[in-house]
Design a protein around this ligand. Structure first.
Ligand code: DAT
Ligand code: MG
Length: 138
């Protein structure tokens, strides 16, 4: 079983879409094994997205990520990393496949409703960034 890290982002939490989005994961065989609602600090958001520092979209991305609470969670399942990315769809909702979270809910490239780790290395880093081992109920 593989684990991945997921965020239900501020635009989705603000619009009461937590349940709708969770249903997509559960329906597709991913299990929530850790979850909490938090308001990211600027430092937390900057550290999380450090790989994008210097890009033109970085500052507005940070402002957006701290603008409202988020749900951070660990999802478990067979091929969870790729499956989560598939359920979410492409970063740009106008390019996301029909029926994906981003195609159905995202407001823009920035306000795109969900995050999912893109590799085993980032999944491990991102899970450890927000959760201690005892918070994960495997
Ligand atoms: P993803 O979230 O699909 O892994 P990413 O890692 O390339 O995408 O970028 C992280 C987030 O940064 C993305 O979800 C939204 C924002 N972002 C990326 N490219 C952007 C752009 N060209 N304009 C605005 N926001 C962007
Ligand atoms: Mg990414």
């Amino acid at each position: 079983m593989e684990r991945t890290f997921s965020i239900i982002k501020p635009d989705a939490v603000k619009r009461n879409l937590i349940g709708e989005i969770l249903q997509r994961f559960e329906r597709n065989g991913l299990r929530v094994v850790a979850s909490k609602m938090i308001r990211l600090s600027r430092e937390q958001a900057e550290g999380f997205y450090a790989e994008h520092k210097g890009r033109d979209f970085y500052e507005p991305l940070i402002e957006y990520m701290i603008s409202a609470p988020v749900i951070v969670q660990v999802l478990e399942g067979e091929g969870a990393i790729a499956k989560n990315r598939e359920i979410m769809g492409a970063t740009d909702p106008s390019k996301a496949a029909e029926g994906t979270i981003r195609a159905d809910f995202a407001l823009s490239v920035r306000e795109n409703s969900a995050h999912g780790s893109d590799s085993p290395e980032s999944a491990a880093r991102e899970i450890a960034y927000f959760f201690s081992t005892i918070e994960i109920c495997g």
